[in-house]
Design a protein around this ligand. Structure first.
Ligand code: MN
Length: 182
């Protein structure tokens, strides 16, 4: 968020023991120090439990974040062998898959860290690494972006592409975070 030195949105990608990829985007409620703290605790918890099921990761995060103000969280697990992605999310994060068709994943209402936790809906789709794209954005990014116009071949790196998404979509009224997986 403009004028602030710390961000309540945070993201990380892991390579798991079995070779698959796990991507996380989290938005600590509000902004500033306490939002930052909730988001970091969320990523630490995922780091610790990253090799268990997505549903269990959400449960653990919900327990750990109980003493924080809470967070929105989306997780996407990419299976290289099955060539698919399994997605689950809670709270205000928008996730768009650009593959043969474009589709939006659904996030379950709620806040991670404010029990009782409604288990998030698990959603799966084909995903070919290197060809398809997943964009996950926090609510500091407009949800009216047309993601089909972001093509990796037009950019020197995915990082540059993600920066353009922020430039095009950041609302400036909140922290803005984006994760792009190709
Ligand atoms: Mn936000």
């Amino acid at each position: 968020m403009a004028g602030q030195t710390i961000c309540g949105d945070n993201a990380r990608v892991w390579q798991l023991d079995n070779g698959n990829l796990l991507a996380a985007l989290t938005d600590g409620l509000g902004h500033g120090h306490d939002a930052h703290k909730a988001a970091l605790m969320c990523l630490d918890t995922i780091n610790e439990y990253r090799n268990v099921s997505l549903q269990e990761v959400f449960q653990r995060c919900n327990e750990r974040l109980a003493l924080t103000r809470g967070a929105a969280l989306s997780l996407a697990l990419f299976d290289k062998e099955l060539e698919n992605v399994t997605y689950a999310g809670i709270g205000n994060i928008t996730s768009t898959l650009v593959a043969k068709r474009t589709k939006q994943f659904l996030n379950t209402c709620g806040i991670v860290g404010q029990p009782p936790l409604t288990p998030p809906l698990l959603q799966s789709s084909d995903f070919h690494i290197g060809r398809d794209l997943l964009f996950m954005t926090t609510d500091g990014v407009s949800d009216n972006l047309n993601y089909t116009r972001y093509r990796p071949s037009l950019f020197p790196s995915l990082q540059t592409m993600a920066e353009l998404v922020l430039l095009d979509g950041a609302t400036r009224a909140d922290d803005a975070g984006v994760v792009v997986v190709n």
